[in-house]
Design a protein around this ligand. Structure first.
Ligand SMILES: Nc1ncnc2c1ncn2[C@@H]1O[C@H](COP(=O)(O)OP(=O)(O)O)[C@@H](O)[C@H]1O
Ligand SMILES: CC(=O)N[C@@H](CCC(=O)OP(=O)(O)O)C(=O)O
Length: 302
């Protein structure tokens, strides 16, 4: 090799070596990555997301993707002249709306992500929570102002069967999961918030990390008046903060709490609008978003 080529290759070798302790520590670990519909802004970002996920897989981790699609569902409901309404942060899902949710999540968003991942090899396999009893739910009626409210076909998760996901992981695949559940009570399918589904899957799979990609930098301490991001907090600190949070952040942070309480080592909310945010989060010591850790590891609310 010429001296000039050695010179340009050396910084690249140093970058790879810097990642070695991290790669060694996380080898074989499951990482659940939730890609929010609001973070799927353009083709470039989606392609970079796919590259990051494939990179993790090729580096020896076992990524599982759970995707959202709220804005994409809104657009399709709009086209069909159906109303989009949210209560307690959840979509009021009539039987007609459920058909649209299922079509958009499983037939559109999931297919697109599977396609992007599979540009890198025969890796991704798409499924919904309906498949192989992966997610079972019962009808969810949230309490609003002290009253139980009927919001239609919205599911509350009652059981997770990780068998199909584990079989795919054992086969070296990347499962890409839509947040739709089957019901054990009736023959209907139910709409589950994708953050909630990702967190429940992370806990059930014994994942090392849950990463939630969204359209903000992380959890803001005093939203919307300030954009100061809380970089790290413990589950107890998060629990105290939960009642103050508003709509979009509620299922995300409840999910992070559930995941870490369920044994996941860290749950992170990161900015999916930043290209390669997954790799940035992993390869920078302090991370780029908000990290939720168990109480034993201590935190700081900034
Ligand atoms: N404390 C907070 N910190 C950050 N974002 C917040 C906070 N409270 C509410 N939000 C809102 O939550 C939104 C993210 O949730 P959501 O719209 O459901 O995204 P996604 O499609 O990624 O699930 C942000 O865009 C912001 O408007
Ligand atoms: C019950 C409920 O609200 N389900 C969500 C499922 C999709 C989702 O969660 O998408 P994001 O992650 O992009 O918000 C919905 O219908 O919008």
């Amino acid at each position: 090799m010429s001296t000039a080529r050695k010179h340009t290759a050396l910084p690249k070798a140093e970058i790879l070596i810097e990642a070695l302790p991290w790669l060694t520590r996380h080898n074989g670990k499951i990482v659940v990555i939730k890609f929010g519909g609001n973070a799927m802004i353009d083709q470039g970002l989606k392609a970079a997301f796919a590259q990051d996920v494939v990179f993790l897989r090729q580096a020896g981790l076992r990524p599982v993707v759970v995707h959202g699609g709220g804005p994409q569902i809104n657009a399709q409901l709009d086209k069909q002249g159906l109303i989009s309404e949210f209560k307690a942060g959840l979509r009021v899902t009539t039987p007609e709306a459920m058909d649209v949710v299922r079509m958009v999540l499983a037939g559109q968003v999931q297919r697109e992500l599977v396609g992007l991942l599979n540009e890198h090899g025969p890796l991704a396999v798409g499924m919904t929570g309906e498949d192989a009893h992966t997610i079972t739910a019962t009808k969810h009626s949230p309490e609003i102002d002290g009253e139980l409210v009927d919001i239609g076909r919205v599911g509350e998760i009652t059981a997770i069967d990780t068998g199909a996901i584990e079989a795919l992981l054992a086969d070296g695949r990347i499962p890409v999961i839509s947040s739709i559940a089957r019901s054990a009570d009736d023959h209907h399918v139910y709409n589950v918030n994708a953050d909630t589904a990702a967190a429940a899957l992370a806990a059930a799979l014994g994942a090392e990390t849950l990463m939630v990609l969204t359209d903000v930098e992380g959890l803001y301490a005093d939203w919307p008046s300030s954009d100061e991001v809380i970089s790290r907090l413990t589950v107890s600190e998060l629990e105290k903060l939960l009642p103050e949070l508003s709509s979009g952040m509620v299922p995300k942070m409840e999910g992070c709490l559930h995941a870490v309480r369920g044994g996941v080592s860290t749950a992170r909310v990161i900015d999916g609008r930043v290209q390669h945010s997954i790799l940035l989060e992993i390869f920078t010591d302090e991370g780029i978003g908000t990290m939720v850790v168990p109480d034993a590891q201590g935190g700081e609310v900034k």
